[in-house]
Design a protein around this ligand. Structure first.
Ligand code: SAH
Ligand code: DHB
Ligand code: MG
Length: 229
């Protein structure tokens, strides 16, 4: 199976199951024009995130890693009118592009983008009494996934849905030789440690699913926070 085939199938899925969406298209176009890397979730993945949030009846969402706000728009659209999404982004230039894309989507009253390294902004958020969130999408720098998981659990309640993107990395989690240019040793160690922490955490029921598509071979982890005692 080739990348060309995966691209074609993602197009087929989008053509059949996803509505044409000029606002999302414009978000990608403007992200590209501003020089952001083309690493947003695909449209079928964005729709999956949206469906998962609707299944969870989420009203509040935390996202780590905004980029140009493409996944943010998919997520925020799953929320009721009085919903709330906080998205954390380290790069102020990316955050600016995201803010414009989010405003064009009419979601600027639902979404708040906070600029700064997430390990700095998460404690501030917690100190403000934010959370517990109904769903948390972890998609920022992969080497910090272990720290993000700890914060995600702190900002959760029983029933919170945790989603972690990019947990397969072309298979590189098993064999670093399969790593692409974006999967440094630190990234792979971060992702492996993330799996170990999820496994060791009695409050989480989790799985991970491998994916292929127009963003290549990767996968996402899904965890549900259980009540323990
Ligand atoms: N969720 C986006 C893609 C995010 S890409 C989408 O699917 O549309 C990963 C993002 O994490 C990038 O924008 C990158 O700038 C950001 N990032 C990297 N390190 C970070 C950090 N320490 N804190 C917060 N964001 C970070
Ligand atoms: C890459 C893909 C992602 O979805 C992400 O969040 C970060 C990086 C990548 O392909 O490098
Ligand atoms: Mg990602």
């Amino acid at each position: 199976m080739t990348q060309e085939r995966w691209d074609g199938i993602d197009r087929y899925i989008s053509d059949h199951l996803l509505e044409p969406d000029p606002v999302l298209d414009a978000a990608l176009k403007d992200s590209d024009a501003a020089g952001l890397p083309p690493i947003a979730v695909t449209a079928p993945q964005g729709k999956l995130l949206q469906l998962l949030l609707r299944l969870a009846r989420a009203r509040t969402v935390l996202e780590l890693g905004t980029l140009g706000g493409y996944s943010t728009i998919w997520l925020a659209r799953a929320l009721p009118a009085d919903g709330r999404l906080v998205s954390l982004e380290a790069n102020p230039d990316y955050a600016k592009v995201a803010q414009a894309n989010i405003a064009r989507a009419g979601l600027d009253r639902v979404v708040e983008v906070r600029v700064g390294p997430a390990l700095d902004t998460l404690p501030v958020l917690a100190a403000e009494g934010a959370g517990p969130f109904d769903a948390i999408f972890i998609d920022a720098d992969k080497q910090n996934y272990p720290g993000y998981l700890e914060w995600a659990i702190k900002l959760s309640r029983p029933g919170t849905l945790l989603i972690g993107d990019n947990v397969v990395r072309n298979g590189a989690i098993l064999d670093p030789l399969l790593a692409d240019s974006h999967s440094s040793e630190e990234v792979l160690q971060g992702v492996r440690r993330f799996y170990e922490m999820v496994a060791a955490e009695p409050r989480l029921s989790a799985t991970a699913i491998q994916t292929v598509g127009s963003k290549g071979y990767d996968g996402f982890a899904l965890a549900l926070v259980d009540a323990v005692e």
